[in-house]
Write a protein that binds this ligand. Sequence first.
Ligand code: PLP
Length: 448
Amino acid sequence: MTVQLTNTQTRDVEALLHPYTNAVTHRATGAHVIERGEGVYVYDDQGNRFLEGMAGLWCCGLGFGDEELIEVAQAQMAKLPYYHLFGGRSHEPAIELAEKIKDLAPGMSRVFYQSSGSEANETQIKLAWYYNNAMGRPDKKKIISRVKGYHGVSIVSASLTGLPYNHKGFDLPVDRIHHTSTPHYFRGAHEGETELEFSTRLAHELEQMILAEGPDTVAAFIAEPVMGAGGVIVPPSGYFEAIGPVLAKYDILCIADEVICGFGRTGEWFGSQRLGMQPTSMSMAKQLTGGYVPLSAVAINADMASVIEGYSGEIGTLGHGFTYGGHPLGCAVGSAAIDIMRRRDIPAHVRSLEGEFQRRLRTYSDNPLVGEARGVGLLGALELTPGGRGTFDPVGKVGAFMAAELLKNGVILRAAGDSIVFCPPMTITADEVEELFAPIENCLNATL
Ligand code: PLP
């Protein structure tokens, strides 16, 4: 359908190449132009208000327009708008934020900054390789991630990502990266298999992959505690508890990609704590600054830190780092965001809303379009099965249609493959949760 584009929409299509967008249909339908945000709401340039059920891209956990974050950003801009951490330089916001991350993240000893989640995961893989070179294990370089995992879009992080559209057309994945099965009980469990049995089977499959590749060639396993962009896939009980010992047995690093799950989203500070994952390092981004400023971080445990620090001494330098990694604005805002999350006890707030949020989601389980309703904390998904329960919607059209219906009803949610995913600002109130769910039933019925 071609519509008459507004002046702004015309300028948009003439000037921008949009990520994750079909440029041909976009040219016909035009952009949805968002102008401002306040609390859990955003407003478009036509004055329409939307409840932002995805916190932007899973990142604005403190909502929009937080005065304290704005003031801190303004003050930091005026005081020191840029500095770096190269060659031993430092600045107070970077140190302060790293201390706060260490306080919150169990077992983490050093913090290394970047600007995006992709850069954090790219850094993780380089550090895993560097670590194994330092350990005299030059062949231990392969990385295992998971089908449907999402870890970013740079060459290595997109290769870690286990979604076809991140590989298609880009000649990815690169070698040394292998994907093991998704812990998706609804789709992957055998008839009659319990969650624990499914978890044990997946851990066994992982071990078989490690043995087939050769344990001396496998450096790391990377996983989101709860898969986000793959469709909010909550692992079955006992999953990470079964995976952990396999990794330990073959001396394989365990990387928790906390880019979505970090900072309260699952009701604990980190998703790995909630889901029983014991990482040797963690990637953080998005909610680290409430999404207000691009900043990401890799936190590593004491063993990795001492090996990497020692090796940098031996070979002369740690030859990795980005111009904007540890940007003072991001660090100052990140530090303030952690203060706010602590003061408001965001993990406790998430837990206090979790029961109702998850109950509401599951009320749609009986809708003929819903195959599974699932989630944890303030993360959720409705997996849509247009042809009936056992079916798939591989092109994800039904999700996109449902998202469009929701938009007409003042709610922004995203389609992740065949699921509609939920990730509202964590500051959401009980009444706003009601408002978020209010149009769902009608939109499901309109989508059918
Ligand atoms: N890791 C996870 C779990 C993510 O969800 C994302 C982005 O959605 C990334 C990494 C990549 O982050 P970025 O888009 O900032 O590169």
